[in-house]
Design a protein. Structure first.
Length: 306
C-alpha cells in the first residue's frame, strides 16, 4: 500500500455527531497503529497543528477543530494527531482527503425513527465517490458499543470485540474489499462473519423470489464451494482470525441488516467509478448499500473496488 495513505482521516464540523465519529476514528487509528488526521472543510485554513507533541494554550482553543484535537489528545495521549482546516467545500475536500488516507471516517446526523442512521448528503456523496474506504459512524456511538457485554468483572474497554461482518458477492469478489474486512477483524482480534446472499430470477409459474427446490439446492451448493475457495487464501494469510462463512437465499439488504445487529463493524462493497460528480446524492452506492448505510445498527465501512 502507498505510504501516503497510511493515516485515518475524520471530517470535523463541530457537531456532536462528528465528535463521536472522531472518537471512533481515534480508536481505529490506535488499533491499526496509524496517525489520525482531523479535517475541517469550508473555513479559512490554519497551520497544521500536531498533537500531543505540544501544549496549546487555553486562548488557542477557538474552533471546533481545536477543541476536537485537544479532547482527543487527552483521551488518546499516545496517538499522533494532526489537525488542519481548508477553505475547500466539504465534498471535494473530503474526497481529496480520502484519496490520501487508508480510511476516511464520517458521522451521521442522528438517529431515524428506526434503529440506524440519518445520513447527510455530504456523507452519501463522499461514500459514493471516494477512492478509499469510508466508514459511517452513528451519532451516539460509544466505545462499549463495539464490544461484547463484559462478564466476570471485566472492564468494558477490555471486553472482546464484536465480530466484523462482510457482505460478499462471490460472483464478483474483490481483494480490496476482502482484505479490508480481514484487516479490520485482525486489528480487533475478533471473528469475521462472511455473508453471501443469492437469488434466482423469477420462473414462469412460480411465486416471485421462491426458487424450485432442486434448482435451489444445486445453486446453493455451488455458492458454498465458491465462497470457500475465495476465502481460502485469506484464511492462510490471517491464520489467527476465526472466519464464519454463510450462504443464504434472499436479498442482501435484509440479511446484512440482521447480521449487523450483532456486529461491531459492517463491511460492504461499492463498484469504484460508479459515483459521478453532480449526479445526485448517493448515486453509485446501489440500492442495497444505500439501505444498509441508512439502517445498519453499527458503523458501516463502504469499500470501493473494481
Amino acid at each position: 500500500m502507498n505510504t501516503g495513505t497510511r493515516t485515518v482521516t475524520v471530517g470535523i464540523d463541530g457537531s456532536r455527531t462528528s465528535l463521536d465519529a472522531a472518537d471512533w476514528a481515534a480508536r481505529e487509528a490506535e488499533r491499526r497503529h496509524l496517525p489520525l488526521r482531523l479535517l475541517q472543510a469550508g473555513i479559512a485554513p490554519t497551520s497544521p497543528v500536531r498533537l500531543p507533541d505540544v501544549d496549546v494554550p487555553a486562548g488557542r482553543i477557538r474552533t471546533a477543530l481545536d477543541r476536537a484535537a485537544i479532547q482527543l489528545s487527552y483521551a488518546h495521549p499516545a496517538l499522533d494527531i494532526i489537525a488542519r482546516s481548508t477553505e475547500t467545500p466539504a465534498v471535494p475536500a473530503l474526497l481529496e482527503a480520502a484519496a490520501q488516507s487508508e480510511t476516511l471516517v464520517l458521522g451521521s446526523r442522528g438517529f431515524t425513527g428506526f434503529a440506524g442512521f440519518l445520513v447527510g448528503s455530504v456523507a452519501l456523496e463522499v461514500s459514493a465517490r471516494a477512492e478509499r474506504p469510508v466508514v459511517l459512524v452513528r451519532a451516539g456511538e460509544l466505545p462499549e458499543d463495539e464490544r461484547n457485554r463484559p462478564i466476570d468483572g471485566t472492564p468494558p474497554d477490555q471486553a472482546p470485540y464484536l465480530p466484523v461482518v462482510l457482505g460478499l458477492d462471490v460472483d464478483h469478489p474483490a481483494d480490496d474489499l476482502i482484505g479490508y474486512a480481514f484487516d479490520a477483524a485482525a486489528s480487533r482480534s475478533t471473528a469475521l462473519h462472511v455473508l453471501h446472499t443469492w437469488t434466482l430470477p423469477p420462473l414462469r409459474g412460480c411465486a416471485p423470489g421462491v426458487p424450485l427446490p432442486d434448482v435451489s439446492a444445486e445453486r446453493e451448493e455451488g455458492k458454498w464451494r465458491v465462497l470457500s475457495a475465495t476465502l481460502q487464501p485469506w484464511r492462510h494469510k490471517f491464520p489467527e482470525t476465526d472466519v464464519r462463512e454463510e450462504v443464504v437465499y434472499g436479498h442482501p439488504g435484509h440479511h446484512l441488516l440482521k447480521a449487523s445487529t450483532g456486529a461491531g463493524l459492517l463491511v460492504i462493497g461499492r463498484r469504484a467509478g460508479t459515483g459521478e460528480a453532480g449526479a445526485g446524492h448517493g448515486t453509485g452506492l446501489g440500492r442495497a448499500v444505500h439501505s444498509l448505510i441508512h439502517h445498519a445498527t453499527c458503523p458501516v465501512a463502504v469499500v470501493p473496488h473494481t
